[in-house]
Write a protein that binds this ligand. Structure first.
Ligand SMILES: [Zn+2]
Ligand SMILES: [Zn+2]
Length: 140
């Protein structure tokens, strides 16, 4: 009899980090984007900037394709010029605690709306549902 496997499967799922900031068209200040938001404000001059949904869909699906075959720990950054000027940094990592860098236990089966507490430093991470159709752009 073959040994049954009870390993939780996360086939087809993978994780990567995105750091994305765009440049303010008024004062050249940096506007860090906290998730796929459609509106953000410049920290320096307070100007609002609108980020169209399609822009997010394109950026996320491109990023997803680049990261899918990237080896663990690998990354790439790019300077954006086009609709927006800015910086996009991608890194292929499994999810880890921002505070102490300990891997998050079984990140593949988290329920949105719950809180994950880091088993090392106790920092709380809020599990959020994917927003703005990002699950369509990044099915994995
Ligand atoms: Zn500004
Ligand atoms: Zn931690």
């Amino acid at each position: 009899m073959p040994a049954g496997t009870t390993e939780p499967s996360h086939e087809g799922l993978f994780s990567f980090r995105i750091e994305f900031s765009i440049q303010c068209s008024k004062c050249d200040g940096h506007i860090p984007l906290d998730g796929p938001v459609e509106k953000a404000f410049c920290h320096d001059c307070g100007s609002p900037v609108q980020i169209p949904r399609e822009y997010w869909m394109d950026t996320l699906s491109n990023s997803c394709r680049k990261m899918q075959d990237m080896e663990m720990g690998g990354g790439r950054g790019s300077i954006l010029m086009g609709t927006f000027w800015g910086n996009l940094e991608l890194a292929r990592f499994d999810p880890y605690c921002d505070s102490c860098k300990t891997d998050i236990q079984d990140p593949w089966h988290m329920e949105p709306g719950t809180v994950y507490r880091c088993r090392k430093c106790g920092m709380e991470h809020h599990v959020e549902a994917l927003r703005n159709g990002s699950s369509k752009a990044c099915p994995g």
